[in-house]
Design a protein around this ligand. Sequence first.
Ligand code: HEM
Ligand code: HEM
Length: 141
Amino acid sequence: MLWIHPVFQALVTIGAFYVFYLGLQRFRSAHLGHRVPFDWKSHVFYGRLVIIGWLLGLVMGKIAVNQELGTMGIFADHNQGAMVMTPLMLIAYVSGTYMDRHKKKRKGLPLVHAGNNVLLLGVALYQMYTGWIVVTNFLLN
Ligand code: HEM
Ligand code: HEM
């Protein structure tokens, strides 16, 4: 049970970099004038999958800690990282869904979406780092 969350979240985080790679093609064509195609459907599909995956993973982490230790919020840095990710995930999902439903040429909202999601990826990397410390100190000990 304790291994499900770290393995699952690590895989989802790798998937997030693919979603970012797809989004980057949009950024290049919209802002840098590069003539590159943007796989809109895949970006939206896998983007949703990543956000839902991270949220499910968050709940699995909470349940695992609660079952094992009878309490939550033990791994302070890692837990705080998840609390920072939660609003960023909501902004990513809501802004992405809005732009998908109401397609038009725009500059501002895609930039907000991109900035928010670069931050989100950064915190996810921080989660990999703090999560790895939990793995070595708690799971492997
Ligand atoms: C980890 C998750 C995600 C990352 C890293 C990401 C990243 C990006 C980036 C870098 C862009 C280019 C923005 C620009 O041109 O300034 C973009 C555009 C876009 N993203 Fe995402 N995204 C994510 C999740 C999502 C989700 C969940 C959805 C939809 C439900 C979505 C829908 C869109 C759409 C529709 C655009 C094109 C907007 C436009 O140019 O009009 N994204 N994304
Ligand atoms: C990417 C690599 C990650 C690793 C290696 C990792 C590792 C861990 C480990 C070992 C635990 C203890 C429970 C268990 O073993 O199931 C844990 C708990 C937890 N993780 Fe992660 N995690 C990662 C990513 C994430 C992400 C992306 C989130 C948030 C979206 C997250 C949120 C949490 C939360 C909320 C807990 C419970 C903390 C507590 O109540 O003290 N983790 N994580």
